[in-house]
Design a protein around this ligand. Sequence first.
Ligand code: 13P
Length: 228
Amino acid sequence: MEEQELKQQICQICHNMWQLGWVAANDGNVTAKLEDGNFLATPTGISKSFITPEKLLKINSRGEVLEGLPGYRPSSELKMHLRCYAEREDIGAVVHAHPPTATGFAVAHLAMDRYTMIESVLTLGSVPVTPYGTPSTYEVPEAIAPYLQDHDALLLENHGALTIGADVLTAYYRMETLELWAKIELNAHLLGGEKEISRENIDRLCSMRAGYGITGRHPGFKRYRDDV
Ligand code: 13P
């Protein structure tokens, strides 16, 4: 994809996240990998509603700024993003936001590990809560690293959510799926409690991932992984 097109896609996702109420004030950040191995990153300290293509920064794998408007610095969560790319060759984009229902699970220290909804079983599997880390420090990449090999969506304890994907849209759609599933889980809880899908049917769903062209990792079902 052309760099300019990728920039526009990142901006569209930032705007969507703000409109959906997943980010307040300056919350959230997005990065994407370029074909030359460098990255595009959202700037720090700016509402995702105001992001425009020229405000994005180009950085290298050490987080050094290669291109950017004067006065703009990359997201303070860059260490977290770069760790995702370092751990996973198949990752082309990382999205971080605070969608309120999924973040509610992160604040309650509740993993989303029930296999209750067909779409989330297919695309996400279980979503763990990763240990607490102070934002912008190396505590966050250290906390998420052990989970990255088997998960494409993480809940960050008392913080928010992180999704990764082969491209920007895939990472963003995983955040959409995570938040919708979190809402449904909460509704099911209010309605008397969720009921899990049988193991046999979970297995059938996981075996269908390749047919649907679903990329990435799926916890607990390594035999169905399409990238190993
Ligand atoms: P940045 O503005 O530095 O990207 O930080 C926002 C955020 O959500 C921190 O977790």
